[in-house]
Ligand binder design. Structure first.
Ligand code: UCC
Ligand code: FAD
Length: 580
């Protein structure tokens, strides 16, 4: 009889155990913090219903389209069958579908319809946040599209058709925009890096000649870009004051490119779904949008919007991985228990949860401020905070996303490293968040710029805001340790800020990154505390605030005490880096 029983592992029998996969269910209903946040601030039935339906659509339709974009990356068709140069970027059907869905769902439009007044951006960005981890990076063109609409709206220039198309819900009319800033010499240092020139034409339009080194979502219908206007002798002004902002339609109406040659598509670590190209502009027809020489200041409005999108997408990635991690821990057993019953494993996940919550509240606060500014109800303090917090939120959440997604992958064990689970692309795609739209250091310097330009008013707004939030939490005994440590950190930070200006040259620059981190951690702590003081807050909200405030909230002060910004330190850093 023994010989008749099939062996468990022979020929086609590969064993009976198969691990159940983590299942994605409606990410809106799964998200306790998002729902609580909206219940507190935007308790609107219509919003609730829309997000619920959108969550279902994400699971039933959008998730598969995003995956398809990862598996069918764009290709460049340089010649047609008869040898003519065509430079067509071919994207998959799912990419086009995502464009249509983005229009239908109002993923850009909702920001401009302003149906929910001050809270319109929170509503729009809640959708982007849910959409991002399923959307195969379609969030990239949407961010730039939103940024372009913002620039046009704020400059008040008459390019009405473009604005209308960027902000429509009609999928047939919907346009996306690119943002072509980076050239070979520099992506951070745009002012010295931009070699592109603009020659004025008889009809008042311009022809642009130059080379754009990184252009994402190059299949966009139009783009904003920077160039130097030349005079009759072909001369132009160097530096920032020589740069002007242009709008160009990327493709002519007959499908031919508008004086653009696609040099090649980039071969990238992640964001493989998005075409990113190197472009030669050889007489691209363009319209001047800004005042001459005000290009950088004018495109700054776009940077604000795209940096906020970056923040929201970073939080979206963190939220998705934490949801999948907790779902998997209910299904995977090791050492005779489910992972969810191993306290050490759950401790690891709870740390990711604290990071994600802090990041979520930070992102939403920046969206709230933006919504108020656009609805003309921002106070002076709101405006100052929006300027200060935008780069801080972007730089901090981008790094968090890389570390949370990375740790999250480990919680799947070996499966976290396996391509067709869909998990590895999350890590690849997170890594770009700290590079594009301004690297961590460049944004830290932008924080210093905002402080200097406002003669410190942005910092004053920060101190007042945090102090008020902490005052409101005074009555809560449970939150006391968190409030106490935030107060201590805030005072230390104030002292640092008061003395920093009088320190030797270079101190501020060396402290910029740690300063940005300190501002981020303190603000996120204040927001967690604020959320935990809401009358419907739960004990987990309080616990999250306490856990966040366990860490060094003000690294700029501890590093300063360790002498990190002393004049001789920079020389030691150089010696260390170039040792040998
Ligand atoms: O990476 C890119 C697209 C990727 C795809 C998009 C995905 C979106 C997210 C989706 C999520 C999945 S596009 C390339 C992005 N490139 C950057 O971010 C550039 C990084 N470099 C900087 O940020 C630099 O700080 C610069 C280029 C903005 C400025 O450098 P400069 O030349 O030293 O600038 P200045 O001279 O200090 O500033 C010129 C003017 C000043 O105004 P005025 O003249 O009135 O005094 C500044 O105050 O610009 C003003 N300005 C700003 N204003 C500069 N930065 C800002 C700002 N952030 N906000 C307001
Ligand atoms: P660099 O400026 O050379 O920076 C190198 C390093 O030096 C960084 O770590 C930086 O932090 C540091 N550094 C630079 N200056 C300072 C300083 N003053 N102090 C301290 N540290 C400093 N650009 C576009 O315009 N449009 C796009 O659509 C676009 N898409 C992109 C898509 C992808 C996938 C990627 C990866 C990039 C894309 N970019 C795009 C370019 C991106 O914005 C730039 O790469 C980025 O801004 C950095 O510029 P850079 O590559 O020239 O790096």
């Amino acid at each position: 009889s023994h010989t008749h029983t099939p062996a468990p592992f022979s020929r086609s029998a590969i064993g009976t155990f198969f691990q159940e996969r983590p299942l994605l269910t409606n990410p809106f209903t799964q998200d306790a913090l998002l729902r609580a946040y909206l219940q507190r601030h935007l308790p609107d039935q219509q919003v609730q219903r829309d997000l619920l339906l959108f969550g279902e659509r994400l699971v039933s339709e959008i998730e598969a389209l995003g995956r398809q974009c990862e598996l069918s990356p764009p290709v460049l068709q340089r010649y047609d069958a008869w040898g003519r140069r065509v430079d067509r970027i071919l994207t998959c059907d799912a990419w086009t579908r995502l464009k249509h869905i983005s229009a239908q769902e109002g993923l850009v439009a909702a920001g401009y319809e302003r149906t929910y007044g001050d809270w319109s951006r929170v509503y729009q960005m809640s959708k982007i946040y849910l959409f991002a981890p399923s959307a195969g990076l379609y969030t990239c063109p949407l961010a730039m599209t939103d940024g372009a609409a913002k620039v046009i709206e704020s400059l008040g220039v008459p390019v009405r058709e473009a604005f209308e198309r960027l902000t429509t819900r009609d999928e047939k009319r919907f346009w996306t925009s690119g943002q072509w800033m980076t050239e070979r010499r520099g992506g951070s240092d745009v002012s010295s890096g931009t070699e592109t020139v603009a020659r004025r034409q008889q009809d008042g339009w311009f022809k642009l000649y130059g080379f754009k080194w990184f252009t994402s979502a190059t299949d966009a219908d139009m783009t904003l870009t920077l160039a130097r206007i030349t005079d009759r002798h072909g001369r132009s002004t160097a530096g920032s004051s020589g740069l002007s902002l242009f709008l160009a339609e990327a493709w002519d109406s007959d499908g031919l490119c508008n004086g653009i040659e696609v040099q090649r598509l980039k071969d990238k670590l992640g964001t493989r779904q998005v075409p990113t190209a190197e472009l030669l502009l050889d007489g691209m027809s363009a319209q001047l949008l800004s005042e001459e020489g005000r290009g950088v200041a004018s495109i700054a409005n776009m940077l604000t919007i795209t940096r906020i999108h970056n923040t929201v997408c970073a939080v979206g990635a963190m939220r998705r991985i934490t949801h999948l991690c907790r779902e998997y821990a209910r299904k995977r057993a090791a050492f005779r228990k489910l992972l969810k019953d191993h306290a050490l494993h759950v401790q690891t996940l709870s740390r990711l949860e604290v990071e994600t919550r802090a990041a979520f509240l930070f992102a939403m606060e920046v969206c709230r401020l933006l919504g108020r500014e656009e609805n003309r109800s921002a106070s002076d303090r709101d405006t100052l905070l929006l300027r200060l917090l935008t780069p801080i939120a972007k730089l901090y959440t981008a790094s968090q996303a890389v570390s949370v997604v990375s740790e999250g992958l480990e919680s799947f064990g070996g499966q976290g490293y396996i391509e067709d689970t869909g998990l590895p692309s999350m890590l690849r795609d997170a890594q770009v968040l700290s590079i594009w739209e301004g690297t961590t250091n460049v944004l830290s310097l932008d924080v210093l710029r905002s402080i200097a330009k406002s003669s410190g008013s942005v910092l004053q707004a920060f101190f007042t805001d945090v102090t008020e939030r902490l005052l409101a939490a005074e009555a809560s005994a449970a939150l006391r340790p968190a409030v106490a440590s935030l107060r201590t950190s805030l005072s230390a930070l104030k002292r640092f800020a008061q003395t920093a200006a009088a320190r030797p040259a270079g101190t501020l620059e060396l402290s910029a990154r740690d300063l940005a981190y300190s501002l981020a951690r303190i603000y996120m702590g204040a927001l967690l505390v604020d959320h935990a003081t809401w009358e419907n807050a739960t004990h987990t909200d309080i616990y999250a605030a306490l856990r966040w405030c366990d860490q060094d909230l003000c690294p700029v002060v501890s590093r300063d005490a360790a002498g990190c910004y002393d004049p001789q330190t920079a020389a030691m850093d150089t010696a260390l880096v170039y040792d040998g």
